[in-house]
Design a protein around this ligand. Sequence first.
Ligand code: GLN
Ligand code: ZN
Length: 772
Amino acid sequence: MLTNNLGYPRIGSKRELKKACEQYWSGNSSIQNLVQTGKEIRKHNWELQKEAGIDLVPSNDFSFYDQVLDLSLTVGSIPKRYHEVILNKGNSELDLYFAMARGYQKDGLDITAMEMTKWFDTNYHYIVPEFLKNQQFKLFSTKLLDEYNESIRLGIKTKPVIIGPVSYLLLGKEKESGFDRIDLVKNLLPVYLELLSKLEEQHVEWVQFDEPFLALDITEKDKEAFRYVYTEIKKKFPRLKTLLATYFGALEDNKELTLALPVHTLHIDLVRNPEQLDDILADIPGHMNLSLGLVDGRNVWKNDFEASLSLIKTAVDKLGKDRILISPSCSLIHSPCDLDLETNEVVLSADIKQWLSFARQKIDEVVVLKALAEQDENALPKLKANKLANECRKTSDLIHNAAVKRRVAAITVKDDQRENTFGVRQRVQCEALNLPLFPTTTIGSFPQTQEVRSWRAKFKKGDLSLTEYYKLIEKETEETIRFQEEAGIDVLVHGEFERNDMVEYFGEQLAGFTFTKNGWVQSYGSRCVKPPIIYGDVHRPAPMTVKWSAYAQSLTEKWVKGMLTGPVTILQWSFVRNDQPRSETCTQIALAIRDEVVDLESAGIKIIQIDEPAIREGLPLHKTDWQDYLHWAVKAFRISASGVKDDTQIHTHMCYSEFNDIIQNIADMDADVITIECSRSQMDLLDAFADFKYPNEIGPGVYDIHSPRVPAKEEMVFLLEKARKVIPAAQLWVNPDCGLKTRHWEETKKALTEMVAAAKVLRESVEEAVTL
Ligand code: GLN
Ligand code: ZN
């Protein structure tokens, strides 16, 4: 029996890599410093895993930005527009790499970055490979070889990790028409073979090929590519121990294909799908070893040793212990680094901490599981301690709240329905709100300046009293209200200055949530997130936003929109309980948000936005599971939105979504108004709404808030005209793409002034049409 790890967090337990990258990018440190930081992190990670007792320690799981981009550079898949960056003498390979990741604006060049998208159903984003019809590949970057050799020099023979050729192609995008990227596999495979032969020269023993697409719906052609690739690899490298890693789902329809591949070892995710073990054991061929993904790489809970041991026993009984590897379910880059760093009991109480396990602890769990499976008596106290901690979690008062459970059980069909249908509501709201045609609004946040953030930091440190802190936020809010009035915006917002983050702010005030000080997880590049942990039944002890919305409303005659984060997004961007279905947790959050919506209404707020930017990313990987998810997710949103009267207008907001395939479900959410990200696609995204004849009101974003560029009025008029062609004027709102919190005031003011002017142009053109 071997212990195996698929990947370790590379950001550094104190985010050392983030800091080093950002310093290098800003020109404040040298490339040598950055390279050195990378080296130290790798050494630290390798040694930590080796010392803990991991037999197969991964290498090439380190990355300065993203492992998919690493591979693009390795196989020389570098889009033409970056070739000038290479030619520019002063640039290193790393500069080219960062140019692909982040764009390049230097030396008179202005090259856009490569696209980024979500890594399966995680919150990690990878850089999307770009493929041309006659795409050629060649071994370009030797990163994988270098890191393997680096580990050898440190006396640790690692297992290089590489994304398999089929998944790599499927992760990419065709940049011209007339071909299918999977056909490129014939061009791509030789580079893998070259790389493997170089590794063999260095006496490599194991190589891990990540092929997560084996747990997805794939075509016959993709399957053929899998057979081709792994047959060729086996032919050329018969002695190589190939570890084929699948995760995030069960093999299901691809089981037969996978078990027929000539690989040495197969890794399966038994956290997501423990039930697949029996199926696989029934059919696994005699030559294949099995890596059991038992320790959850995607969540923060302690492993249940007893449950894992029973799975191990099932596998050992069938295959014998020599064919078994014990592993985490997937790479640990999706886990925070080290629970031992959480020493502040005010942030994370000892009661809850004892239920948790981060990457470093998960490594230990893998090792202890092996010891226990091999009847090592020294490990028995650990089994006992594990049992005790899990038992205590199950029965803890901290988790269970009978009133919350009763309320969820008592939900009826009426609770997710507004009083009347949209048609009726629209008339009532039109009268109550008295808004012009093409009403203007924003998505909620206004610039969170350094200053605003420093107030919060000082308040948290105790250097500002609550009263002083509130005074500052009030002043900022008032100035923002005044600006919006002057600019002529129709529906105002308070600006969200009191919020650190759109999920954390709510989590901090809801029962059932806890936080960490250092629980960072890489989101993309140097960006990390620190998701809250939902550990218990969720409810809202007291109003969360009413004070700020009511204050802002008291300052102005115009409508101020209340601002909430929706239940699905709160769920999606947190670590969630694994002791009840996600849908159950989501419903509890929905009820808490509903309470807030109702309180906002009572406080005189007539327009309330419930943001759901994450609703689409929650879609399961298998299409067959979509409807079940959408059913409970949409219902949760509706529960949160349906406690108000007809004349209260509910908005929702979504960004970066392709809506085509879930447009019916978006309509089912039945928000009175939806604002969406649209400008980067030049309104093409609206086609889904137009084709569907989306009945409610829509605010397609008219400018991209991700760039400091100030768009001219004419550009926005152009986009609005385009929108008007497909959506009736009476249904259209005018707003930016998303919140403005990352922007500066100067550009924000200019852009919004232009936006209001654009709305006026549209109103005038309608008036003209009427008088003609
Ligand atoms: N109301 C939020 C804001 O404006 C919405 C952010 C988002 O969609 N990600 O910041
Ligand atoms: Zn948004």
